[in-house]
Design a protein. Structure first.
Length: 359
């Protein structure tokens, strides 16, 4: 048996841990050969870019950030820009990818990715490739799994930043607005906000009223705590307003977000008499060494994906449910996104301590 593995979409801590697990389990548990596909599905396009992987080639990568295979975000194999006869055209390279994967003699293809990559993986499963999915993303927004790896490391990074910002905010009696990642789901803002003792948490699931945010801040000034920490997910938006989109694709879907932290900071400064600073954490949240939880989850996911390959259970995604590793169909896992429950335990617990969600 020959198994292929690729990483697609934005990187996250734990990708190398999962690659290592796939390679070692394939080789040591099953005696299979492993082929690493470079830069996500682009490694199976016009020029095939693959490499042989052995336990030796993954030695030492468990604690490292990034992905040794490389990745590609914003690439949709069904809509690839190509110049044909000097003219730019959008072409569907799906059939070519299927042909190339079959040409490599892959008995299964393990696709590690977020919602976009997993949706593409399901597309290839439906076209006949023996695909198995592994969910990754710092955003933790994949359906049918309690957690994705990468998320806990990002929360750790954001929480450490909040701890540091707390002391300087307090020293200067300032409001510090911290923009974190989270396009449509506010998991990082919520968990880091709770863990880092934020006073205001703004998430995409709860459109905020700036008046409520300012009321909370002024209330803290009036009652002694002369500083505030406001955590804003990049996808947060005011009631009746829009997300802060920097770039869209040609068909209008959101490509890049950014700027809501500054907008919230400016609004607070304009409506209160308070000194405000804004920090955008950005891609710092995507890098660094994975925390133990992410290393362990990535390892368990990698082994479970090989076990699915051994049983020829294709079109499935490994997942975590109640502490156990299970699997679900890629179809079910990609029918939407996993959002924060606006009345769930996390939000309610934070509100019980006086945290404002701007509502
Ligand atoms: O999907 C993970 C994510 O970190 C999002 O939260 C963020 O919007 C996006 O990636 C940024 O992607 P890029 O690396 O393309 O800027």
């Amino acid at each position: 048996m020959k198994i292929g593995v690729l990483t697609g979409g934005g990187d996250c801590p734990g990708l190398n841990a999962v690659i290592r697990a796939v390679v070692k389990a394939s080789s040591l548990k099953y005696g299979w050969d492993v082929i690493g596909v470079e830069d996500g599905f682009t490694g199976l396009m016009t020029s095939v870019r693959v490499r042989e992987m052995t336990p030796k080639s993954v030695c030492g990568i468990l604690p490292t950030g990034g992905t040794i295979l490389g990745t590609a975000s914003d690439i949709n194999p069904m809509k690839v820009k190509q110049f044909i006869d000097g003219k730019e055209q959008i072409v569907d390279l799906s059939r070519l990818i299927v042909k190339n994967a079959n040409g490599l003699g892959l008995s299964s293809l393990i696709c590690i990715g977020g919602d976009g990559t997993l949706r593409i993986a399901n597309h290839f499963y439906l076209l006949g490739l023996p695909v198995i999915g592994i969910p990754k993303t710092i955003d933790n927004d994949i359906l049918e799994t309690d957690s994705t790896f990468g998320f806990h490391t990002a929360v750790n990074t954001a929480t450490e930043a909040l701890d540091k910002l707390h002391t300087t905010a307090e020293s200067h009696r300032r409001v510090i607005v911290v923009e974190v990642m989270g396009r449509y789901a506010g998991w990082i803002a919520l968990e880091a906000g709770i863990s880092g003792g934020a006073n205001v948490i703004l998430i995409p699931e709860i459109p905020f009223q700036i008046e409520a945010v300012c009321k909370k801040i002024m209330n803290r000034y009036e009652h002694g705590a002369g500083f505030s920490i406001v955590v804003v997910a990049e996808g947060a938006r005011p009631v009746g307003g829009e997300m802060s989109v920097i770039k869209r694709t040609e068909d209008g879907s959101v490509l890049r977000l950014g700027g809501i932290g500054n907008k919230v900071g400016e609004e607070i400064a304009a409506r209160t008499n308070v000194d405000v600073r804004v920090t955008v954490l950005g891609h710092i949240q995507r890098g660094g060494s994975p925390v133990p939880f992410d290393r362990s989850l990535a390892t368990r996911f990698g082994v479970a994906a090989c076990d699915l390959a051994a049983k020829q259970q294709f079109g499935q995604m490994v997942c975590l449910k109640g502490g156990e590793i299970q699997s679900v169909s890629l179809q079910d896992a990609t029918r939407g996104l996993k959002f924060v429950s606006t009345e769930g335990n996390e939000v309610k617990s934070a509100e019980a301590l006086g945290v404002s969600f701007g509502r």
